[in-house]
Design a protein around this ligand. Structure first.
Ligand SMILES: [Zn+2]
Length: 89
């Protein structure tokens, strides 16, 4: 997409319904544009074990999870009121 990236809550005006995802924490259905994406993965602390395992395979263990805004705030995934530097994407 080459359009200028605009931040903020915008509904997708495209045809069809907006895609919704289920919040990992509360299980609520939230529109996808509202959610925060987190990656949960295995963290292997054992160095020998880490050597044996292909990092690509390890990444396969990680799961993408969607977090609704309220949960994100509650869990400290997003900080409210801090600098507006957002590292998205
Ligand atoms: Zn939630």
């Amino acid at each position: 997409m080459s359009a200028p990236y605009r931040r903020g809550y915008t509904h997708t005006k495209s045809k069809g319904k907006e895609s919704t995802v289920v919040c990992t924490y509360c299980g609520r259905q939230v529109p996808r544009w509202k959610t925060f994406v987190q990656y949960r993965g295995f963290r292997i602390s054992d160095p020998t074990l880490r050597k044996q395992i292909d990092p690509r395979r390890v990444s396969g263990f990680s799961s993408k999870m969607y977090v609704c805004p309220s949960c994100a705030r509650y869990r400290g995934i997003v900080q409210v009121g801090r600098s507006r530097k957002s590292r998205r994407g």
